[in-house]
Design a binder for this molecule. Structure first.
Ligand SMILES: [Zn+2]
Length: 249
């Protein structure tokens, strides 16, 4: 199998030996990774990883939970011609914790959307407890990409799909009381991709362990059952979706 993990954080903050993780995941059948940065330091790391490993593609950007850290936006300019840097991410809005800085989050989000629009680079969007603002802001720009860990209603899903966005399915879909299963049944296969968000969101039955991209296979088994298609078919369509949206450089 040759599945893609469309959203993960294979950085040294979470893994001691990234080469080993990639080796393990590749032999499990996950052979392409979109590694997402969240702050300046991880941007530099993602640039290195994408250079070092053929199977690693990079998304670089400033995460909404990291807007209080310093960020030198010139690092984005410098990567415009880098063929392994295929997205601006992980960017977006997160109003989950009490101390969030809404103004600063919106400012960083818009700044990066302007950049993505200007250079026709897709974005990888994180949106938590901020659906309406995320949608309203995305409507202002001609951008497309991935709504990572999508967990909203069918109506919201359709809004994103209309704008050409893919929706990311991860381990959350395997959780027992997860209602998103019903929503996904009505979402066309051409709009979905698989992601782990490693090291977070480990799927059932491995909850409590650290996640890694090899669990794409467990998510894929669950999703292929949900859609009533074979693993091979799911592999083919999700890879084609990623190629269509992200691999145009
Ligand atoms: Zn993430």
């Amino acid at each position: 199998m040759n599945f893609t993990d469309a959203h993960c954080h294979l950085t040294k903050e979470f893994y001691n030996d990234i080469g080993k993780v990639i080796e393990k995941c590749s032999s499990a059948g996950v052979t392409r990774y979109i590694v997402n940065a969240t702050d300046y330091e991880s941007v530099l790391e993602v640039l290195e990883l994408a250079k070092k490993y053929e199977s690693v593609y990079g998304a670089i950007g400033l995460h909404p939970e990291d807007v209080d850290k310093g960020f030198d936006y010139r690092v984005l300019d410098n990567a415009i011609d880098n063929k392994k840097i295929i997205a601006i991410g992980e960017i977006g809005l997160d109003y989950h914790y009490d101390n969030y800085n809404k103004e600063k989050e919106i400012e960083a989000f818009k700044k990066q959307l302007i950049f993505a629009e200007k250079y026709h680079i897709p974005v990888i969007v994180h949106s938590r407890d901020a659906t309406q603002d995320t949608l309203d802001i995305l409507k202002e720009y001609k951008v497309t990409g991935l709504i990572h860990s999508f967990s909203g209603s069918l109506e919201i899903a359709r809004e994103y799909i209309k704008r050409g966005f893919l929706l990311g399915i991860n381990g959350v879909i395997t959780f027992k009381n997860c209602k998103i299963k019903e929503v996904y049944k009505n979402i066309p296969l051409e709009s979905i991709v698989l992601e782990t968000d490693s090291p977070f969101l480990t799927p059932v039955p491995y909850r409590g362990e650290k996640n890694d991209p090899s669990h794409i296979i467990d998510i894929a088994k669950f999703v292929s059952d949900l859609y009533g298609i074979s693993l091979e078919e799911l592999e083919k369509v999700t890879n084609a979706n990623i190629d269509r949206v992200f691999m145009n450089k």
